[in-house]
Design a protein around this ligand. Structure first.
Ligand SMILES: NC(=O)c1ccc[n+]([C@@H]2O[C@H](COP(=O)([O-])OP(=O)(O)OC[C@H]3O[C@@H](n4cnc5c(N)ncnc54)[C@H](O)[C@@H]3O)[C@@H](O)[C@H]2O)c1
Ligand SMILES: O=C(O)C(=O)C[C@@H](O)[C@H](O)[C@H](O)COP(=O)(O)O
Ligand SMILES: [Zn+2]
Length: 382
């Protein structure tokens, strides 16, 4: 993950702009305050006169839909809102059907647009609807959660969950534009901000030890909303844009972005995709586990695993299975969920492990009996 993004971040006034380089499917990520009010002009510049199906959830609609609708109308676009219930449970077949149906009823045609206005749930769901609608219409991401601004709005992974596990049905479908209005984060609840922060820390842990050290020093300012927040978002997006430009469909090192997700997705599914465990919280536990597992295998120093856990705990994130309220499947149940991970190949497990902070790597053919034994210990530890 060390090659630069297709373009390095450029800052103009209070905007940072990057490009995800994917040939004719390249697109810009624009980061800064006030971008929702500019959505109309920026989208009309790409698709003048389009109808726009705005997929959003009730929480985001209450706070930000009016701004976006006004902006789109002022730019000569025709918006139709499509509202879903907030939360992970909306990433399901039933809600997917409702969204597609509403977009068809709104006569969103090829040449029109879907706009995902919300967090990662809305982005994944709306993006998948756009990928399927009339065999593919364009879509724009307007991420309003920290997690969506640093991760899910970039890279084109879209989809829904199945009873067999997380994100098991979906498509790669890139947006044509990402508008990350950092002002929208002012209305985001603290627990959701923390959850998104786990994915920010992930970029440091993957291959950018100086960024992780910077976060250890500056996390309070990132939470506080100063310029450090925008810097953390831009650094995260630059990391993601670089790897997606190189490996759009995860045939190689894009899998590094899955650090913490093999354990984390199993825990999320085990908790029933409920408010008991948010995605970023599951990733925080999963990253701490990936480092503890790596240390237990003698791959990385115990001190690195302890440092990862200490930082995640200092911002208030969970790091242990015991931090999850309520009951979870037993170890065999968790192993069955891990067995459905999309990185599994001919039954062999792949994990993202670490030789140290910023030294993550893709470990193929990990011995399931060692994972099982590790989980048995983890389930008892506090
Ligand atoms: N496609 C990808 O590459 C990718 C990457 C990471 C995560 N994801 C997915 O993203 C999802 C998690 O995303 P999330 O953490 O954004 O969850 P989310 O979409 O559920 O949003 C979090 C909560 O915050 C609310 N919210 C969002 N923006 C708000 C705002 N500005 N003000 C007030 N409330 C606001 C939402 O209504 C929701 O209740 C998971 O499904 C995860 O699998 C996808
Ligand atoms: O973009 C990617 O690639 C990622 O892995 C980013 C992850 O943070 C994200 O949660 C993603 O949705 C997980 O992908 P999956 O392929 O494991 O479902
Ligand atoms: Zn994730």
């Amino acid at each position: 993950m060390n090659t630069p993004a297709a373009s390095e971040p450029r800052a103009a006034a209070d905007r940072t702009q990057l490009c995800v380089g994917l040939g004719e499917r390249s697109y810009d990520i624009v980061i800064g305050p006030g971008l929702l009010a500019e959505a109309g002009a920026r989208i009309a510049a790409l698709r003048p006169g389009a109808r726009v199906g705005i997929v959003t959830d009730h929480n985001v609609a209450d706070r930000h839909l009016g701004t976006v609708e006004t902006a789109l109308r002022a730019a000569g676009l025709s918006p139709t809102p499509v509202l879903v219930a907030p939360g992970e449970k909306s990433k399901c077949f039933a809600v997917f059907e409702e969204v597609v149906d509403a977009l068809l009823a709104a006569r969103i045609e090829r040449g029109d647009l879907v706009l995902a206005l919300g967090g990662g749930v809305v982005g994944d769901l709306a993006g998948f609807a756009a990928a399927a609608l009339r065999r593919g219409v364009d879509f724009v991401q307007a991420p309003t959660s920290l997690l969506a601004q640093v991760d899910s709005s970039v890279g084109g992974k879209t989809g829904i969950n199945s009873r067999h596990g997380k994100n098991l049905v979906g498509a790669f479908h890139q947006p044509i534009l990402v508008l990350a209005d950092t002002g929208a984060l002012d209305t985001l609840p603290l627990r959701e901000f923390r959850s998104g922060y786990a994915e920010v820390a992930k970029y440091g842990l993957i291959d950018n030890a100086p960024f992780f050290a910077w976060l250890e020093r500056k996390w309070q300012a990132v939470f506080g909303g100063g310029p450090e927040r925008i810097e953390a978002i831009a650094t995260s997006c630059a990391s993601k844009a670089a790897v997606v430009s190189r490996d759009e469909k995860e045939t190689g090192d894009r899998a590094l972005l899955n650090l913490g997700h093999t354990f984390g997705h199993a825990l999320e599914a085990g908790a029933g995709f409920s408010q008991r465990l948010l995605h970023g919280e599951a990733v925080a536990i999963g990253m701490a586990q990936a480092f503890r597992f790596s240390a237990a295998q003698g791959l990385c120093a115990e001190g690195d695993a302890a440092r990862v856990e200490a930082h995640l705990r200092s911002v208030g994130l969970p790091t242990r299975i015991a931090d999850i309220p309520g009951t979870l499947p037993d170890t065999d149940g968790l192993m069955a969920l891990i067995g459905q991970d999309k990185k599994v190949s001919r039954g062999a497990l792949t994990f993202i492990l670490a030789r140290g902070i910023g030294q993550s790597y893709i470990a193929r053919d990990v011995d399931p009996s060692q994972v099982r034994a590790f989980l048995e210990v983890e389930r008892q530890s506090r």
